[in-house]
Design a binder for this molecule. Structure first.
Ligand code: PRP
Ligand code: MN
Ligand code: MG
Length: 181
């Protein structure tokens, strides 16, 4: 285990098993509409690893696309005001869009993204989030697919960073508090 991590919350195996289940559920649910076109969208950078694994667990033809956004405002993150740095390459009008997110915390990223993508008139728009944090103040986001609920702790790995580090850990763990205090 990485020396900066105090404990593992989801092991590599647990993540793989849950992602496989989510992929199977999506395969089942979307098989009837697959010929209308499915686009899986992730927001760089955190969701890239989850989407790469989830996409390979889906046994349907899907397109994979990416957005890059930056949050405005003071504070570390999540003012809810977002600027698009890189937009989708694909048209999503009339197609079935699944947003793959690594974690839902305040919910402001997804709230913005869903509103933005909905305005392009997809045939459907759903969210697959690997983690949903248990916090008091969270936007009311409906996620059709949720991997795990997780505690309100500072977690890293499997795409989740602290100051751009730790994304490449194959598991999700709690960062030692002395590293960010
Ligand atoms: C993280 C995470 C989610 C978002 C969740 O991204 O990957 O996208 O925060 O937080 P929210 O629900 O409070 O909006 P971040 O903005 O850190 O960028 P990153 O993906 O590049 O790490
Ligand atoms: Mn992110
Ligand atoms: Mg981040």
């Amino acid at each position: 285990m990485n020396e900066d991590v105090s404990r593992v919350i989801f092991s590599e195996q647990e993540l793989a098993d849950r992602v496989a289940e989510m992929g199977a559920a999506i395969t089942r649910d979307y098989a009837p509409v697959a010929d209308e076109g499915i686009v899986m969208v992730s927001v760089l950078r955190g969701a890239a690893i989850f989407m790469a694994d989830l996409a390979r667990a889906i046994e349907l033809p899907i397109e994979m696309d990416y957005m890059a956004v930056s949050s405005y405002g003071n504070g570390a993150k999540s003012s809810g005001v977002v600027r698009i740095l890189k937009d989708l390459s694909s048209e999503i009008t009339g197609r079935h869009v699944i947003i793959a997110e690594d974690i839902l915390d305040s919910g402001l990223t997804l709230q913005y993204l869903m509103k933005n993508l909905q305005s392009r008139k997809p045939a459907s728009l759903e969210v697959a989030t690997l983690l949903r944090k248990k916090t008091r103040a969270q936007a009311d986001i409906r996620c059709r697919y949720t991997g795990f609920e997780c505690p309100d702790e500072f977690i890293v790995g499997y795409g989740l960073d602290y100051a751009e580090r730790y994304r490449n850990l194959p598991y999700i763990g709690v960062l030692k508090p002395e590293l960010y205090q």
